[in-house]
Ligand binder design. Sequence first.
Ligand code: 3PG
Ligand code: MG
Length: 403
Amino acid sequence: MPESLFQVKRLSELAQSGQLKGKRVLIRADLNVPQDEAGNITEDTRIRASMPAVQMCLDAGAAVMVTSHLGRPTEGQFKSEDSLAPVADRIANLLHRKVPLISNWVDGGFEVNPGEIVLLENCRLNVGEKKNNDELAKKIAALCDVYVNDAFGTAHRAEATTHGVAKFAPVACAGPLMAAELDALSRALASPKRPLVAIVAGSKVSSKLTILKALSEKVDELIVGGGIANTFMLAKGLPIGKSLAEPDLVNEAREIMDLMEKRGAHVPIPEDVVVANELSPLARANRVASDQVAEDDMILDIGPKTAARLSTMLAHAGTIVWNGPLGVFEIDQFGGGTKMLAAAIAHSPAFSIAGGGDTLAAIAKYGIENQVDYISTGGGAFLEFLEGKTLPAFAVLAERAKG
Ligand code: 3PG
Ligand code: MG
């Protein structure tokens, strides 16, 4: 976990001081959006979140080139389904202007004038992108006067357009989305207002073990949910019936709890849970005390007493970091815990930050988008930051900022 904020150059500073006028600016955005079978964009949050950087550059009189990856194509093999064409159309609609899509752009040979924007075709089609090849990165750097990384969603990848180019471009800076993510994450984890409460939920301890360990050293309360909570309950000697859990990781769970207890921090264990015999929308949900889970029960949510106690904790928090829904919230009778905690986060005066696909779905379901202080656009990048890893995209921008 980076204790101190990464010091990076910011696009807004360059724009405000007139340093973009007439300049060729290359923006690496994360426009990796979901599409249906026919190629239609089904969700465009990342595209919309990338527009402020573009607008800032256009307003400042720059010639703007934008690129992104889309999916995981084979380098050097163009297939129409890997094209950014639908993304170019969407940007054109959002900005009410023409957005030409340029293929085979690495060696230049295309035109873009100040006040104009072009979209450079899927950067993962370029041979050497994934391996962060220096020769490719140098060619890309040669296309611009200023390189802007605004692709937080890809900040955990060291690739030619996210990392290599930042080493070689004349100027390298963070775009407004990247800067906002960095600021929110730093505020939540580098210098949090306390108590700092994290919610880490999901099916498996194993996939979130690094996050649990990293956060256990920082937070005052570590709320666990889903299969993760079941494993912690097992570690406490509670019966969990046939609930999803990882008995192999019981010792790890116990260690996390012990280490936290030593410094006066806690993993609150559910006192009641919602169980059913099957995972189905038709299942009857029963509330039971957590020491009363029967052999053929599956725990599918926290119970109302637990939810009330956790809500009080969230109401008194200084900072909240949320990753993962607490129960199987997609089925309403198992969504009570997530719903109640979502409401508690929404009403808490704490600075709150949330990220991860399922978490965003829960936020949308309970309609609290406007009451969470920051919702990250990063999936894997958000998780790796929580794991305490240094994201390569931040690292190289910080390196360049040292001058
Ligand atoms: C994502 O959607 O997670 C980012 O755009 C990164 O994509 P990747 O996992 O294919 O590198
Ligand atoms: Mg991913």
